[in-house]
Write a protein that binds this ligand. Structure first.
Ligand SMILES: Cc1ncc(COP(=O)(O)O)c(C=O)c1O
Length: 334
């Protein structure tokens, strides 16, 4: 068994259940024979590759070791010295953790009861000590989406001295017509950073590739925190090969959407409350005593999920994982 393989159903990190397509694996295996060589001192080719794909200038892209690596550099630039970083709670754990590591102050705003980020309350939480505000669409852990018009209204409410991060880690799971026109907005909002990752739809979590898109002045400020030789050389090989295998990647995204649909519908049939998710996970909203019971049932069946104060986030796995979750949850709630 590969040392990277793990047992049970691993549904706690929103990973893609499918390994890379064969052509991507082949490209990576060939690249391993050059593992004795350093990567570029600072990454230039990878931002160019991503920029060409997105149709923006290479000076609009900064890459990092996963979106997490980029977030670290963003909070180093904007979140140090006690600066306020406004975010929903709960959100992706990286935001409060990395903000505190950088010496910043997470300012948290509760989600609405239906699992959405409260855009009005987030805008109102911005004060003169705020340097950064973070929104995720789809949101982690609830999978809810911000409507394009709502986001644009929010952007206009934020002072231009405050940087806005729009985290789109799961955007590849969202249908085109529901997406925020994030790249077009970057052209008109020099304080907007759009964050993306190859860890989710592209299934490259182990290789650590993420990036931000923004105005060149903003991108330069983040890029100055990059570690020399810090980007994995295999990242560029894998991204290039994934772009060439787009049809297979899309087929996986569609399979995951199908499993998500079945998981969500199956949980709702049990009378459980699950917000519409636009990502590769579903959020089971539960009252406190039930959370423990369902979480214990899942753990007993070797199904690993993430527990929150108001529910349980379940990554969409393959068909077997979906069956296992539904059978186990059914046995704990009936
Ligand atoms: C909303 C969000 N942003 C960023 C990340 C980080 O992704 P990575 O560092 O693997 O690119 C995650 C991972 O779960 C996430 O949920």
């Amino acid at each position: 068994m590969s040392p990277l393989a793990r047992l049970g159903h691993q549904l706690q990190l929103n990973e893609n259940p499918y390994g890379p397509p064969p052509s991507v694996r082949e490209a990576l295996s060939q690249a391993l024979s050059s593992a004795n060589r350093y990567p570029e001192f600072l990454p230039r080719r990878l931002p160019r590759l991503i920029a060409e794909r997105l149709g923006v200038g290479a000076d609009h892209i900064v890459v990092g070791a996963g979106a997490t690596g980029v977030i670290m550099h963003i909070v180093q630039e904007f979140g140090s010295g006690g600066a306020g970083v406004v975010m929903a709670m709960p959100t992706f754990d990286g935001y409060p953790i990395l903000t505190s590591m950088a010496g910043g102050r997470p300012v948290t705003v509760p989600l609405t009861p239906d699992g959405r980020q409260d855009l009005d309350a987030l805008a109102e939480a911005i004060d003169p000590g705020t340097r950064l505000v973070v929104l995720c669409s789809p949101h982690n852990p609830t999978g809810t989406l911000i409507a394009p018009r709502e986001f644009e209204k929010f952007l206009h409410r934020v002072p231009t001295t405050v940087t806005v991060v729009l985290d789109e880690a799961y955007v590849d799971f969202v249908a085109g017509e529901d997406r925020i026109e994030a790249l077009a907005l970057v052209e008109h909002h020099s304080n907007l950073l759009v964050l993306r990752t190859f860890s989710k739809a592209y299934g490259l979590a182990a290789l650590r590739v993420g990036y931000a898109v923004g105005a060149p002045g903003l991108i330069d400020r983040i890029a100055r925190w990059q570690l020399p030789f810090g980007m994995n050389a295999l990242a560029e090989v894998a991204v290039r090969a994934c772009y060439a295998a787009e049809a297979e990647i899309e087929a996986r995204v569609e399979m995951i959407a199908g499993h998500r649909h079945r998981l969500t519908a199956g949980l709702r049939e049990l009378g459980l409350s699950v917000p519409d998710s636009y990502a590769n996970f579903s959020y089971l909203t539960l009252p406190e005593p039930d959370i423990d019971r369902v979480a214990a049932g899942l753990a007993g069946a070797d199904i690993h999920v993430k527990r929150y104060p108001t529910g349980i986030r379940i990554t969409v796995g393959d068909g077997d994982a979906t069956d296992a979750v539904l059978t186990t949850v059914r046995s704990t709630v009936q």
